[in-house]
Design a protein around this ligand. Structure first.
Ligand code: GLN
Length: 485
């Protein structure tokens, strides 16, 4: 087995017994990135120099016996995380040359363990999108089929892990951006409960929905990376001060007494037949493993996409007001008046989808429409959250599809924003409810494209969700398949 085929846990064992050094591991990944990135375009920045320096520091720590769970492990991060000394573009022209003076908390935490950051990953501009086609740095391709999208907005995160360009990645999920690309690329993507992981230093899209999450090759690695980034941070006022359990210790394989709910509103028209079959088969696997499968109802599901596109765009229009050419990023130097400088900098710096979202959000927040749209959406959001709290009185976890179809072709939905928005129909309700969910490999379509299943957990009960995911993974072989790339 070559170095870049090893999981975080496998690399950990080989670094600890000195079979490999962190510098060897890092070099293997940098070579793999150099060989594959021209086809995939999953990296915006590759850290050829800094990664080696970090790996040398990790080797010194290993030699001194100062080992943390991530010491020396190669991790790539979505280009939405502020990283001191490395540019953070958010895949936008407006931040093309922006270098943050500080690290996001999630970055600081993995750096404190001496993980090695191998690069910054491509994404949809400001995390707005479901296909990674909205990047100012070009689309990312799906390693399972280069003519298909990897999903979005963390498309670089999912593609890089599927193609073994890094051992693990960090992404963000506002309406499905970790889970949907993970499903399309056959890797594991986890969105923690809102407040579980600090958002400090993560470029804000929709602040009441954004969460940081790990993208990994298997469930154990997901537990390992979540462990490193989870927990209270005084720098994020929405981070929650509640104990973080030992996630790996929870991976017992024991599902006895577990109740798994299938929400009937998720098995509707528009759900692809191959996806439906894969999820039905997954439910059968769970039953065979001793879980009880129960049909449940989340009655307000049909309103989730509309509700999300009011709240997310409203928050985005407010968050993106800070890109005015004065304090950050691109500035139009030719403007004569201040107002022209604002307008021309924003016109030149933002892409089409970002502009569309800012306009939608500004409209929803404007006087006369605020009550009809924004306040109404907030009320619907409460009903959606209540749906989840009600079903979690009856079941421990929910099992659903991640996306209605496998990965679509490049260009297939770029002219139809509404079709693109519907890609997230099964992931969006979770962000509105603020609870946790994850995506894991559960099959392939007739055309050979990956299918993912979604597990939705109770608020702050990532541990039970991970245990449920791990048991499925142990019983199946899907996660072992890799793209011939
Ligand atoms: N596709 C959704 C959107 O465009 C979700 C994106 C995300 O989770 N960042 O808003």
């Amino acid at each position: 087995m070559t170095i870049h085929d090893l999981t975080l846990a496998e690399l950990r064992a080989r670094l600890d017994n000195r079979e490999l050094s962190a510098v060897e591991v890092t070099n293997a990944y940098l070579e793999r990135i150099a060989a594959t990135n021209p086809d995939l375009n999953s990296f915006i920045t590759v850290c050829n120099e800094t990664a080696i320096v970090e790996a040398q520091a990790a080797d010194q720590a290993l030699a001194a016996g100062e080992v943390a769970p991530l010491t020396g492990l190669p991790i790539a991060v979505k280009d939405i995380f502020n990283t001191a000394g490395l540019r953070t573009t958010c895949a936008s022209r407006i931040l093309e040359n922006y270098v943050s003076p500080y690290d996001a908390t999630a970055i600081a935490r993995i750096k404190a363990q001496k993980a090695v950051i191998v690069g910054k990953l491509n994404m949809d501009e400001f995390a707005m999108g479901s296909s990674n086609e909205n990047s100012a740095f070009g689309a990312v391709r799906n390693p399972w089929n280069l003519e298909h999208v990897p999903g979005g907005s963390s498309g670089g995160s999912a593609a890089s892990i599927a193609a073994h360009q890094a051992a693990a990645a960090l992404g963000t999920d506002t309406g499905g951006s970790v889970r949907q690309p993970a499903a399309h690329c056959s890797v594991v993507g986890l969105k923690p409960t809102y407040g579980r992981v600090s958002r400090y230093g993560v470029v804000a899209y929709a602040s009441s929905l954004d969460q940081v999450g790990p993208v990994t090759r298997d469930v154990r690695d997901s537990a390992l990376l979540l462990q490193a980034i989870a927990g209270y941070d005084s720098a994020d006022s929405t981070s929650v001060d509640t104990p973080v359990p030992d996630y790996q210790a929870n991976l017992t394989g024991d599902l006895r007494g577990m109740k798994i709910g299938l929400p009937k509103e998720y098995f509707i028209e528009g759900l692809d037949d191959d996806v439906r079959k894969a999820i039905t088969d997954a439910a059968a696997t769970y039953k065979a493993l001793g879980a009880e499968i129960i049909e449940v109802s989340l009655p307000h599901t049909a309103y989730a996409v509309a509700c999300y596109y009011l709240i997310a765009t409203a928050e985005a229009s407010s968050n993106l007001a800070r890109y005015d050419g004065v304090r950050y990023g691109l500035r139009d130097e030719n403007a004569e008046k201040l107002i022209d400088m604002y307008m021309q900098s924003r016109a030149a710096g933002f892409g089409t989808e970002v502009k569309r979202r800012i306009m939608l959000g500004t409209y929803a927040l404007s006087s006369g429409y605020y009550d009809a749209y924004y306040i109404k959406a907030q009320k619907v959001r409460t009903l959606i959250r209540q749906d989840f709290l009600d079903v979690f009185e009856k079941v421990d976890t929910l099992l659903t599809p991640v996306a209605p179809t496998p990965a679509f072709a490049l260009g297939e939905k770029t002219d139809d924003p509404l079709q693109m928005y519907l890609s997230d129909i099964y992931t969006i309700p979770v962000n509105l409810a603020g609870t946790c969910a994850m995506s894991l490999p559960c099959g392939f379509s007739a055309k050979g494209l990956p299918i993912g299943l979604q597990l939705i957990g109770k608020p702050f009960d990532e541990a039970t969700m991970l245990r449920t995911a791990h048991a499925f993974e142990q019983a199946t072989e899907w996660h072992k398949r890799t793209p011939k790339f």
